[in-house]
Write a new protein. Structure first.
Length: 310
């Protein structure tokens, strides 16, 4: 699988990353046993994927820990996160990291994020918590600093636009997909200038995997004036993507669209289903979408900044 250098971290990462959060949480949200979830994560690693993302809040750090047990972790890139906004203190941050390391079974984490941060929380975290993150980095317990947005509540990336003014973040996790491409101008340009690593979340959500949800989202965008009603046929809006030489499905197109966006490094993909995992892996081995299809997607959704596809 293709690899990229994760910005200024210098880490070589596969363009597909194992996401252990999202709607699936590696299958834990859909009734899978812990052993089944471990098997899916391990299958992804066996397929050559080297980036794994989890979080304290996902309750999947232990699953990741079991999945990587016995492997050479120097060949893996592990990302985890601490949420809590203004309730975080330096002491609770340190304690949370120590507990995460225990669950992961590692001595350090490659990327440690402040998770789901809103704009109003950012000044406190920057002033009071970033210094502790830098101390933990100095102690060798984390290698690189990350921050993630709460995209469902911040579809125009207000927090990340503020955070990118501080040259402290090595990696950011951004909501981006073919429905809402606003991060291209609002986040990616600055990230490229600063060599900041970009992890993409929300590449595929319900609107890109369920036809009825897509029609609902598109109707809402037309009503809100963010989409030209002449552009999509609501019943078959994205069918033009599926053709010989194009995509094999809407999720396939969605992953490839994000993968080839300039500035992106890792596109997170989460599932607890082995068949879905294999389908997703195959998408990342396919070539870029045809230029005409990509340009059409950029045109149709050019004004959209209000939805996530969730």
């Amino acid at each position: 699988m293709e690899t990229k250098t994760l910005g200024r971290t210098g880490l070589d990462v596969t363009v597909m990353g194992v996401g252990c959060g999202g709607p699936s949480r590696a299958g834990q949200s859909t009734g899978k046993s812990e052993a089944e979830s471990v098997a899916v994560v391990r299958a992804a690693l066996d397929a050559g994927i080297n980036f794994i993302d989890t979080a304290e809040a996902y309750r999947t750090e232990g699953i990741v820990g079991r999945s990587i047990r016995g492997l050479d972790c120097s060949k893996l890139v592990i990302s985890t996160k601490k949420s809590g906004g203004r309730s975080i203190t330096p002491a609770t941050l340190r304690r949370s990291l120590e507990e995460s390391l225990q669950r992961l079974g590692t001595d350090y984490v490659d990327v440690y994020h402040l998770h789901g941060v809103m704009l109003e929380e950012y000044p406190y975290l920057a002033a009071e918590i970033v210094p502790e993150l830098l101390k933990l980095r100095g102690e060798g317990k984390i290698r690189f600093l990350g921050i993630t947005e709460r995209w469902n509540a911040d579809t125009r990336h207000l927090m990340l636009r503020r955070a990118m003014q501080d040259d402290v973040w090595d990696v950011v996790m951004v909501g981006f997909n073919l429905l809402n491409q606003s991060a291209r101008e609002l986040v990616f340009q600055r990230a490229i200038e600063q060599s900041v690593g970009i992890l993409v979340m929300f590449a595929v959500r319900r609107a890109l995997s369920r036809a009825e949800k897509l029609a609902e989202v598109l109707a809402g965008l037309i009503a809100a004036g963010q989409m030209d009603p002449a552009d999509p046929d609501l019943a078959h809006a994205l069918d033009f993507l599926i053709h010989d030489g194009g995509a094999v499905s809407i999720p396939d197109a969605a992953y490839r669209f994000c993968r080839d966006e300039p500035g992106t490094h890792v596109i997170l993909s989460g599932t607890g289903n082995p068949v879905h995992l294999q389908d997703n892996i195959e998408s990342f081995y396919r070539p870029p979408l045809p230029d005409a299809d990509r340009r059409r997607l950029e045109h149709i959704f050019r004004n959209v900044d209000s939805v996530t596809g969730q």
